[in-house]
Design a protein around this ligand. Structure first.
Ligand code: KMT
Ligand code: NI
Length: 176
């Protein structure tokens, strides 16, 4: 996985938008973002991480025109709306590639995480983020979750800013 500051230049979201400023693992850690690389040939290692972090359930999502059918445009649109969830968002990329953009705090800058097959990304509950496909227009990912999937997107706004999970997330950053 490669991470860098998003250039904020308007244009096709599927392009790199690389500002040329890389983002270190320490910066990612400071906002609670974790990542690992586990080659897809060693997928059983996912089970170890899943056990350690109590991820009991999983499913796969294929984001392609074919995979999503009539939902394709609407899904992609909602994935790219800035949002948060009340649980961790855990994705292991099986095939293809894509971008997860996460908000740095307190700068509010976008950090773009470029994911390829074998990348495992954990976004903490309460972090504002968004997702887009890249120019290859295809990604297949394992979605892991602790119990019931709670990944209703809560779009950024006044009421989401005071959501208890958002407030807790910001508190967790303050003590680190
Ligand atoms: C989300 O909640 O933003 C997503 O699931 C993005 C797509 S997973 C490759
Ligand atoms: Ni999300």
């Amino acid at each position: 996985m490669r991470a860098y500051y998003f250039d904020d230049i308007p244009g096709d979201k599927r392009l790199l938008h690389d500002s040329g400023n890389p983002v270190s693992d320490n910066i990612l850690k400071s906002i609670g973002v974790l990542h690992w690389h586990i080659p897809t040939s060693q997928q059983d290692q996912i089970d170890t991480v899943a056990e350690e972090r109590s991820y009991k359930n999983r499913d796969t999502i294929t984001i392609t025109k074919q995979g999503l059918g009539d939902l394709y445009e609407a899904k992609l649109k909602s994935f790219y709306e800035e949002h948060m969830h009340e649980d961790e968002e855990i994705r292991y990329i099986l095939e293809g590639s894509g971008f997860f953009d996460v908000r740095e705090h307190p700068s509010d800058s976008w950090i773009r995480c470029q994911l390829d097959a074998g990348d495992l990304l954990v976004l903490p509950a309460g972090i504002y983020h968004r997702f887009t496909l890249d120019e290859n227009n295809s990604i297949k990912a394992l979605r892991l979750f602790k119990d019931e999937p709670k990944w209703t997107p809560l779009n950024r706004g006044g009421s989401t800013d005071v959501n208890p999970y958002r407030v807790d997330y910001l508190k967790s950053l303050a003590v680190n």
